[in-house]
Design a protein around this ligand. Sequence first.
Ligand SMILES: Nc1nc2c(ncn2[C@@H]2O[C@H](COP(=O)(O)OP(=O)(O)O)[C@@H](O)[C@H]2O)c(=O)[nH]1
Ligand SMILES: [Mg+2]
Length: 181
Amino acid sequence: MLSILRKARLKDKEMRILMLGLDNAGKTTIVKRIMNEDVNSVSPTLGFIIKTIDYDGFKLNIWDVGGQKTLRTYWKNYFEKTDTLIWVVDATDRERLEDCRQELFGLLQQERLMGASLLVFKNKSDVSSSMTEDELRKGLRLDDIYTHKWKIMTCSAITGQNLQEGLQWVVQDAKDRLFLY
Ligand SMILES: Nc1nc2c(ncn2[C@@H]2O[C@H](COP(=O)(O)OP(=O)(O)O)[C@@H](O)[C@H]2O)c(=O)[nH]1
Ligand SMILES: [Mg+2]
């Protein structure tokens, strides 16, 4: 049933994208950068923000949900009908890498996220001491993920590096799925 609804919306070229990650990962800054808004005035997200972006003929509804520990139990309220999960990681935060991995793997076990693809944004890559893609892939054990189609991308919300490319991957993935139906 869910997958039928998903197909219908994809045919309408409308997608629901859930942007999650630990607090301070840079989710809100990424959304602001994509929307060409001022990225210097970002404050912690307490609830959620929905932004709609038109990209390559698709209407992308991006849900930016707060990531503080106390808010994580509410994430499940946003799972329904998600086409793509964008998991944003602060590549400078080696200390919380295991916490980050556990939260991600917990999400991937959720039944209501089963049909969603996963884009891992390795954010803050403008910082020279940040983790490499290889380091993050291993730290998050991405190669152990077989339940979801996934992709890791190096990005920076500050310089804008790879943000458009990330959206391009999301849209291309939707197109591939449409083609399969
Ligand atoms: N250097 C650097 N700082 C970033 C980047 N993205 C976000 N930040 C900073 O990280 C902090 C948290 O960003 P925010 O978007 O509020 O994170 P959120 O909690 O995931 O929404 C802010 O001080 C941002 O300016 C990035 O790509 N590079
Ligand atoms: Mg935020």
